[in-house]
Design a binder for this molecule. Structure first.
Ligand code: CMX
Length: 462
């Protein structure tokens, strides 16, 4: 939402403080105020520069998973290969400085991140509180969703269940109803916003029900507490409400994992599906199934599985840099990837990994945890091994190298469930972008495909 220059000045703390406007406006009102300027910017761009080239595309990009092809309009976050993610121009530490935490807490509240992603403005603590209250009001699951989830076999992967629940929530889609009743295109965003907010509000109760059904006793699931924030409720419904450290960790993880530019598989999927005017529920359900792949969101589950296998094989008492190095080579030589390392864009350690490590550094119990120590020791060895192996373009850790291990330490040990928490988080970014895509009237996506012969012809005549 900000120009480069605005972002530079925005970083001084005085300017940051100024952005915390003493406003009592709601998120929807604030969003309604910032949309017209963006619409005007897009209109001008179209009128004045529509035929200007953005870049030249190479054969390698077309056959290599479209890496680096600049083709998606996405405002809320930008990923720099070396610096990592910035949300509306702010790095993770800068967001930690300015976005309001929960009362008595320190970590970014996902509600403040949602507000920031949607509007580019830093909410006041009161606005954040009000948004928490609104989400809690919308948070109860309809009965038919509870029945649907309760009818699924506990052996069905939690991500499959989550996608089914999210898709079925579209029974109440405000966007779909508005479309059917012929609402004007310029008003689509307001209905997409209603769906986005309701879905974000219901993800904790849906996800907690899945957890309780598979791993615990469903009958004792607490109801949504109107006085708690989104993650306070989520932790409570999972059965970890008493663990303040885990709740704070979940707030941080869910806030900083919410958006990672537009081209990652989950964000791009919801953007693509939403471009057909499929409603936000169906669009996000599709994104969740992209997230469920082991090269994307399922990696946090895989990291834990891999780390536990390492602990088992080596024996806790024999873990040294040398034995970890040997295990890394065994993984690579058997043709597997080292989960939690590498990235499609990043070329340095992921700042989200660093933020989670810093969280651990402030807590003696985490520092003493064998699982967290293994993450740190692996980090001291893996980049060299991956560099020597010579395949990956990025031998550094991504967020998933650390995320699951903290959950494991705090007793949330069912690692098949970890990607569901990622799914609760990624909704912040994906749904923000769906609202903006409707506000900007973006068209249905339809890139051009080429046959092998076409590519060969183009390449040889170039
Ligand atoms: N271990 C072993 N080999 C790896 C590797 C790793 N961690 N990361 C990449 N490579 C290999 C690739 O498999 C590829 O091999 P081939 O040429 O045989 O196909 C080669 O190195 C080049 O890959 P790249 O260009 O560096 O990476 P990609 O953009 O193709 O893939 C990613 C990126 C994340 C899928 C890959 O690094 C990977 O599989 N990492 C492990 C899984 C993981 O942690 N995923 C989570 C990513 C974060 C997220 O999206 O949530």
């Amino acid at each position: 939402m900000f120009s480069r220059l605005q972002v530079v000045s925005f970083r001084s703390s005085a300017a940051l403080a100024q952005r915390r406007l003493a406003s009592t406006k709601s998120l929807k009102q604030t969003l309604g105020e910032v949309i017209p300027a963006k619409q005007a910017q897009l209109k001008k761009l179209k009128a004045e520069h529509a035929s200007k080239p953005v870049q030249q595309t190479t054969v390698e990009q077309v056959i290599g998973g479209m890496r680096g092809i600049r083709s998606i309009l996405w405002d809320a976050s930008v990923l720099d290969p070396n610096e990592g993610i910035r949300f509306h121009g702010l790095s993770i530490p800068e967001c930690q400085d300015v976005l309001p935490p929960a009362p008595g807490g320190k970590e970014i509240l996902p509600e403040s991140m949602l507000w920031f992603l949607m509007t580019g403005q830093v909410p006041t603590a009161d606005q954040t509180r009000e948004l928490s209250r609104e989400l809690a009001e919308r948070g109860e699951l309809p009965k038919y969703i509870e029945q649907l989830i309760d009818s699924l076999p506990p052996t069905l992967h939690p991500m499959t269940q989550l996608g089914m629940g999210v898709a079925a929530l579209n029974h109440e889609s405000a966007f779909q109803k508005a479309y059917e009743s012929g609402v004007k295109k310029t008003e689509y965003w307001a209905y997409a916003y209603e769906d986005a907010l309701t879905l974000i509000a219901r993800l904790p109760s849906l996800s907690a029900r899945i957890y309780r059904n598979i791993y615990r006793d469903r009958s004792s699931t607490p109801a949504v507490d109107k006085n708690l924030d989104l993650v306070g409720n989520y932790a409570n419904m999972l059965g970890f409400g008493d663990n303040k450290d885990l709740t704070e960790y979940l707030r941080l993880y869910i806030a900083i994992h919410g958006d990672h530019e537009g081209g990652n598989a989950s964000a791009h999927t919801s953007h693509l599906v939403g471009s057909t005017l499929s409603d936000p529920y169906l669009s996000y359900a599709a994104a969740l199934y992209a997230l469920a792949g082991p090269l994307h969101g399922l990696a946090n589950q895989e990291v834990l599985r891999w780390q536990l296998a390492m602990q088992d094989e080596i024996g806790a008492e024999n873990i040294t840099h040398d034995t970890i190095r040997e295990f890394l080579w065994r993984t690579l030589k058997s043709g597997q990837v080292v989960p939690g390392y590498g990235h499609g864009v990043l070329r340095k350690s992921d700042p989200r990994f660093i933020a989670l490590q810093q969280f651990c550094d402030t807590r003696p119990d985490l520092l003493a945890s064998p699982t967290i120590q293994l993450v740190k020791k692996t980090f001291e060895v893996a980049p060299d091994v991956l560099t020597e192996h010579g395949k990956t373009k990025n031998p550094w850790p991504n967020v998933d190298a650390a995320s699951g291990c903290v959950l494991y330490h705090y007793g949330l040990r069912e690692f098949k469930y970890y990607t569901v928490i990622f799914g609760v988080s990624r909704a912040l970014g994906c749904l923000t972008q769906i609202v903006w895509a409707r506000a900007l009237g973006l068209p249905i996506e339809r890139p051009k495909s080429l046959s092998l012969n076409d590519i060969e012809k183009i390449a040889t005549s170039a």
